[in-house]
Design a protein around this ligand. Structure first.
Ligand code: ADP
Ligand code: MG
Length: 522
């Protein structure tokens, strides 16, 4: 890459750098962004289809979840990657609405391309989109239902977020009930301790067996089969150290030449292991959660002492256990302090199919709650877990903000109409960009109609008319869709999901439009 100055080329970029400028850069970025959005479009709404994603190593994921699809797709194009980030932000911030956000950004890009073709300057498009997004937020506020946020309403929000997900043979209403109960369990007014809600999955049994457990479930076997299956009023030790012989000790300190020496070595090894057990018993621990290995001999001796222990507990579980029981995680058994122990009312083992699960209930510090999700196969369970995660998130978002809006495309139609009205008083070409935003957001009801098998143009015309002096969305009932009031059918979304979708989609689309130079290193 060279710039000319007085006939001498000046190289400012290393050889092999790819540079695309101006319209070419814009066009290719916009096309890439649109392509990504297009990929998830058919999954939107209750009649949305699923995607099967196969990784290089042959792992298969079947999902309807926008964020998961985009994550698994291994997208390389930098502009396309920004749409993936929209979905990720949406997932992190509110936990639902990822497809909506991605599809909306794609449509904003498509409309932006049309404006660029008509010689509207990128800066004007960016300003117009931001203006329209502000108006959209006002409309969302106006659309917020005045109803009291009670459990019945929360169940509707949860069920809405799960419709169309592969919830197997459990109906969304039963799951929604469990989800709301879980949130109620850890809720204090509008404060929800989201971290105290756990989701545990188990293959085997029908999905109908999904249940709510007041406590934490650890998917680990006991370290030894002679350990107790139930411990009440347990002092809990959480240990981040291995209870094994340190290899180096044996190798370095003994060079074994006789049977006597071998016995001496083994004895000293055992004495070391014994010390672990003594320390645990002495400090008064009844249950040990160890994040590392436990030697079989240690496990067996602990069992003799009536101590229940688990090995190789993962870090996330250890964190949750520490939080629930009030235990401090300790890194060594030297100088154990009883003050580091936590407490639970009970730990008991139950058999689920082939596996054992440990139920940790009545933690001293935090009231953990676990949704135990069961399904026939790994794929079903995974998708159920994602659906339940989304449902928990939307219920939490609703409890925290107290704002609920009608679903099924009503908010998007209202935004389009509100933004169009406002556009009339906006001067110059910016007006075109504001109008383009209004057209773009109608992609949501259009896609809901399309995925339901309705004609999208007819549906849009009918929807606009019906919302002139009423409220109507694309209601999916059985095999067909009809135009009716979603509130009457309990189809409700948290306002926070819509707010975030508008914000993150606008942000990504405007960022892509503003780029006129792509400089890619080799
Ligand atoms: P997202 O990833 O954006 O959440 P979904 O596939 O979950 O995508 O679809 C969400 C949209 O589907 C929301 O606009 C919601 O209001 C709508 N929706 C949910 N249930 C129904 C229903 N029974 N009829 C019509 N629309 C519904
Ligand atoms: Mg959803």
């Amino acid at each position: 890459m060279a710039q000319r100055m007085g006939g001498q080329p000046i190289f400012i970029l290393s050889e092999g750098t790819q540079r695309t400028r101006g319209q070419d850069a814009q066009e290719s970025n916009i096309a890439a962004g649109k392509a990504v959005a297009e990929a998830v479009r058919t999954t939107l709404g209750p009649k949305g289809m699923d995607k099967m994603l196969v990784s290089g190593s042959g792992d298969v994921v079947i999902t309807n979840d926008g964020a998961t699809i985009l994550n698994e797709m291994d997208i390389e194009h930098p502009a396309a990657q920004m749409i993936v980030e929209v979905a990720e932000t949406q997932e992190d911030e509110v936990g639902d609405g990822t497809t909506t956000a991605a599809v909306l950004s794609g449509q904003l890009l498509l409309k932006a391309q049309n404006l660029l073709d008509d010689d509207v300057h990128p800066t004007t498009i960016v300003e117009g989109y931001h203006e329209a997004a502000r108006i959209a937020q006002d409309v969302i506020g106006e659309q917020t239902l005045g109803e009291e946020i009670d459990d019945e309403l929360l169940r509707k929000v949860a069920a809405t977020s799960m419709t169309g997900k592969g919830t197997g043979d459990v109906d969304a209403d039963t799951l929604a009930e469990h989800v709301v109960a879980a949130v109620e369990h850890v809720r204090d007014g509008s404060d929800v301790e989201r971290d105290d809600i756990h989701i545990e999955t188990k293959v085997g049994g029908s999905s109908g067996a999904t249940e709510l457990v007041e406590g934490f479930i650890l998917d680990e076997e006991r370290a030894h089969e002679n350990m107790p299956r139930r411990v009440e009023d347990a002092d809990v030790l959480i240990l981040d150290a291995e209870l094994e012989v340190r290899e180096t000790e044996v190798d370095a300190e003994f060079s074994i030449t006789s049977v006597d020496q071998l016995n001496a070595a083994l004895e000293s090894e055992e004495a070391g292991l014994r010390e672990y057990v003594d320390a645990i018993v002495e400090v008064g621990a009844d249950v040990v959660f160890c994040t590392d290995d436990i030697d079989d001999r240690v496990a067996s001796w602990l069992a003799n002492e009536g101590v229940l222990a688990f090995e190789n507990v993962n870090n996330t579980d250890a964190k949750s256990l520490a939080k629930a029981t009030g235990a401090n995680r300790v890194g060594t058994l030297r100088d154990l302090d009883p003050a580091d122990l936590g407490f639970v009312e009970s730990v008991h083992i139950e058999k689920y199919g082939e596996d054992e699960l440990a139920f940790v209930e009545g933690g001293a510090e935090a009231q953990a709650v676990t949704l135990l999700v069961r399904g026939g196969t790994e794929h079903v369970v995974d998708e159920l877990e994602r659906a339940v995660e989304d449902a928990v998130d939307v219920v939490v978002a609703t409890v925290e903000s107290g704002e609920v809006v009608p679903g099924a495309g009503v908010v998007e139609i209202a935004i389009a109409s509100g933004v169009r009205d406002a556009a009339a008083s906006i001067e110059g070409r910016k007006q075109l960009a504001v109008e383009a935003f209004a057209d773009a957001i109608e992609v949501i009801p259009r896609t809901l109609a399309e995925n339901t098998g309705m004609d999208q143009i007819d549906a849009l015309v009918d929807l606009r008319a019906a919302n002139e002096d009423g409220r109507a969305g694309i209601i999916v009932r059985g095999e067909t869709g009809e135009i009716a009031d979603p509130v009457e059918y309990g189809i409700l979304d948290p306002a926070a999901v819509k707010r975030e979708a508008v914000e993150s989609a606008t942000e990504a689309a405007t960022m892509i439009v503003r780029i006129d130079d792509v400089i890619a290193a080799d």
